[in-house]
Design a protein around this ligand. Structure first.
Ligand code: PRP
Ligand code: URA
Length: 208
């Protein structure tokens, strides 16, 4: 069974079209990234475990449910930052652990510049948040960091993936489900996703 899940939700398709549009301004772009992150996470967390929880309603006592897992959100700086708020709306008690990576423009390899993970893991499942899965270098590096940290249950939530990056993730980390809004055609000669949406970090932060 494939570990790639591409949303077929009409709201996702509609919002992604707006996000791709070159005329979409940073403010609207950030709003769309936030909304898309929430919609994709809603789908990606369908299999989270529940345990029974007694609740007293105004009418009666009953057995309801609560989430078992302590969830960690792992945004990859910079572009993953914009996805956090949308997911936090759904899971306010999730911990957020930032990872700073940038792609060396020449080699396209990820360079790590921020990581404050404590020695022992504090969460039982991590959701990696990063809009763009291009060569897959940043995604695989982040998964490796989290596995070394001691977390084995990891999901990747992105917006657009290139076939190259998806294939790399599936080869190196077949245990990590990949949730995306779309799979695009290819990478261009400088490692950008085509047709993609340009530079997700620059478009969010107005630094294009
Ligand atoms: C972008 C994106 C991913 C990475 C994907 O970040 O947010 O982290 O590129 O490319 P890859 O799959 O080839 O590794 P970028 O390096 O541009 O940094 P930024 O978010 O700080 O702009
Ligand atoms: N990072 C981006 O922001 N966009 C791409 O197309 C590839 C990597």
């Amino acid at each position: 069974m494939s570990n790639l899940f591409v949303s077929d939700h009409p709201l996702v398709a509609h919002k992604l079209s707006l996000l791709r549009d070159v005329h979409t301004e940073p403010r609207k772009f950030r709003e769309l990234v936030r909304e898309l992150a929430a919609l994709l996470t809603y789908e990606a967390t369908r299999d989270l475990a529940l345990r029974p929880k007694p609740v007293t309603t105004p009418m009666a006592e009953m057995t309801a449910h609560e989430l078992v897992d302590q969830v960690g959100l792992v945004p990859v700086l910079r572009a993953g930052l914009g996805m956090v708020e949308g997911v936090w709306e759904l899971m306010p008690s999730a911990e957020v652990w930032h990872i700073g990576l940038y792609r060396d423009e020449r080699t396209l390899k990820p360079v790590q510049y921020y990581n404050k993970l404590p020695v022992a893991p504090t969460v039982s499942i991590c959701l990696i948040l990063d809009p763009m899965l291009a060569t897959g270098g940043s995604a695989t590096a982040t998964v490796e960091l989290l596995k070394k940290w001691g977390v084995s249950r990891i999901k990747y939530i992105g917006l657009i993936g290139a076939p190259e990056g998806i294939a790399r993730m599936q080869a190196e980390h077949p245990d990590v489900p990949i949730h995306l809004a779309a799979v695009d055609e290819r990478l261009n000669e400088i490692g950008y996703i085509m047709p993609g949406l340009g530079d997700a970090g620059d478009r969010q932060f107005g630094t294009a």
